[in-house]
Design a protein around this ligand. Structure first.
Ligand code: FAD
Length: 379
C-alpha cells in the first residue's frame, strides 16, 4: 500500500468516534460515516471505569468528564427486598489511587456529545448509511443509501449490533435475544426520605432481575436506572426500543424495597430495550475489513462494560496499526484480534451470567487494564 492509507470508520457511536479520533491523532487519513442525521440526548446513563477514563485522557476529554460526571465513592450491591448490603466496592479516591484514573457515571448523551466534539474537524459525515461493502483486494468500495459511493484502503466496522460489515464477513447471522429486557429512565432526582438508603451507585438484586441506579451529573440532580428483567421473547427486531410505563415497573418490582419503589414513582419517560448477544465470532477481520465493539461482541449490559470494550478495541486497533505499520494491515488486524478476544469473551461471559460485583470481589482485572501499556501477545 503506497502512502498513507485511507481508513473509513463506519458508525460514529462510542467505539467509532474513539477509533476515528485516535487514528487521526496518530496521523492516519480517516473518514467517519454515521447513518444518523444527528445524535439526540437519549435517556440513558453509562459507567466509565478507570479502564475507559484513561483512554479519554488520550482522546482529550478526561478533564471535562471529571468536571461534569458523577464520581461515586462506592459501588453498592443491595438485596432488592431488604436493602441489606451484599457488596461494597471502593471507587472514588481509591480507584484514582489504585488505577491512576477515575470511575465515573455520566449521561450517555453528554458522553456521546463530548466524544463527537473531540472528533477532528472535517472527517465526520452524518446521514451516511452504509448499505453495501465490497473488498476488491486492492481497495474497498462503500455504497451508501443516498446513492453515493466512496473508496477506502481499510474499513473499520464500528456499526453496532446489526453491523453491515459483520454481515459481509460472516453472513447474515442475527444477534440472539437473551430472553431479557431492560427498562431505562433518566429523571430529576426525587426527594427521598432520609431513612432510605440512597447511595450514589447501587445495584439492587433479586433472583432473576435487578435494578442498577446512579447519578449522571456531578451535582446529582439527575438520576438513572436500568433494569434487567426476564421477557421480550416476541420482540419485533425492527424496533430498537419501545416506550414503557410505571405500571410495568411496579409489576416487575412488586414487593421490592421502598427506595426502588420511590425511584419507579420518580421516573417520567421510561423506555424498554431488548438485550441481545452473539456467541464469540470465529473471526473479526478479513482482508481490508475489521470489526470493533458491538459489531463483533454484543453482550448483555450487566457489567456496564459493553461500551468500554468498544472503546478499548478502538485504542488497541490504533496501537496495532502503529505497531506493524499500515502496509502490514492484515498483521495489524490479527495482532489486534489476538490481544482482544480473550478479554472481550470474558466480559461477555460475566455479563451473561450477571454476577459482576454482586458480592465483594476484586475488580482489578477489569478496571486495571491499560490498553496502552499492556504487553502485546504476539501472533
Ligand atoms: P454503538 O454505540 O451502537 O454505535 C454504532 C453506530 O453505528 C451508531 O451510531 C449507529 O447509528 C451507526 N451505524 C449502524 N449501522 C450503520 C450503517 N449501516 N451505516 C452507518 N452508520 C451505522 N455499555 C457500557 O459500557 N456501560 C453501560 O452502562 C451500558 N448500559 C447499557 C444498557 C442497555 C439497556 C443497553 C442495550 C446497552 C448498554 N451498554 C452499556 C452497551 C453499550 O451501549 C454498547 O456496548 C456500546 O454502545 C457499543 O458501542 P459501539 O460503538 O460498538 O456501537
Amino acid at each position: 500500500m503506497a502512502g498513507n492509507p485511507k481508513i473509513a470508520v463506519i458508525g460514529a457511536g462510542l467505539g467509532g468516534t474513539v477509533a476515528a479520533t485516535l487514528l487521526t491523532k496518530a496521523k492516519f487519513d480517516v473518514r467517519l460515516y454515521e447513518q444518523a442525521e444527528c445524535f439526540s440526548r437519549l435517556g440513558a446513563g453509562i459507567h466509565l471505569g478507570p479502564n475507559v477514563t484513561r483512554i479519554m485522557r488520550e482522546v482529550g476529554i478526561e478533564d471535562e468528564l471529571n468536571r461534569t460526571a458523577s464520581h461515586p465513592d462506592f459501588w453498592y450491591s443491595r438485596d432488592g427486598v431488604t436493602g441489606e448490603i451484599c457488596a461494597k466496592i471502593p471507587l472514588g479516591d481509591y480507584a484514582l489511587k489504585q488505577y491512576g484514573s477515575t470511575y465515573l457515571t455520566v449521561h450517555r448523551g453528554d458522553f456521546q456529545q463530548l466524544l463527537t466534539e473531540a472528533v477532528p474537524a472535517g472527517i465526520l459525515d452524518f446521514n451516511k448509511k452504509l448499505q453495501k461493502v465490497d473488498d476488491l483486494g486492492d481497495k474497498v468500495v462503500l455504497e451508501f443509501t443516498d446513492g453515493t459511493v466512496e473508496y477506502a484502503d481499510l474499513v473499520i466496522g464500528a456499526d453496532g449490533v446489526n453491523s453491515v460489515i459483520r454481515e459481509s464477513l460472516l453472513g447474515p447471522e442475527l444477534p440472539q435475544h437473551t430472553g431479557y429486557i431492560a427498562h431505562r429512565a433518566v429523571f430529576n432526582t426525587p426527594g427521598i426520605q432520609l431513612d432510605l438508603p440512597f447511595d450514589m451507585c447501587t445495584k439492587w438484586w433479586g433472583d432473576d432481575r435487578h435494578m442498577m441506579v446512579y447519578y449522571v451529573t456531578k451535582q446529582q440532580d439527575q438520576i438513572y436506572f436500568v433494569t434487567g428483567v426476564p421477557g421480550g421473547e416476541n420482540w419485533d427486531m425492527n424496533k430498537r426500543w419501545v416506550p414503557s410505563t410505571k405500571d410495568e415497573l411496579r409489576e416487575a418490582f412488586r414487593g421490592w424495597h421502598p427506595t426502588v419503589q420511590a425511584l419507579i414513582e420518580g421516573a417520567d419517560e421510561i423506555t424498554l430495550w431488548p438485550l441481545l448477544e452473539l456467541a464469540p465470532l470465529p473471526l473479526w477481520s478479513r482482508g481490508r475489513l475489521v470489526l470493533l465493539g458491538d459489531a463483533c461482541h454484543p453482550m448483555k449490559p450487566h457489567m456496564g462494560q459493553g461500551a468500554a470494550m468498544a472503546i478499548e478495541d478502538a485504542a488497541m486497533l490504533t496501537r496495532c496499526l502503529i505497531e506493524t505499520g499500515p502496509a502490514s494491515y492484515e498483521q495489524a488486524f490479527k495482532l489486534y484480534e489476538k490481544n482482544r478476544t480473550a478479554r472481550t469473551a470474558r466480559v461477555q461471559s460475566v455479563s451473561h451470567d450477571n454476577t459482576w460485583l454482586r458480592t465483594d470481589e476484586d475488580p482489578d482485572w477489569c478496571f486495571g487494564y491499560d490498553v496502552f501499556s499492556v504487553p502485546l501477545v504476539n501472533i
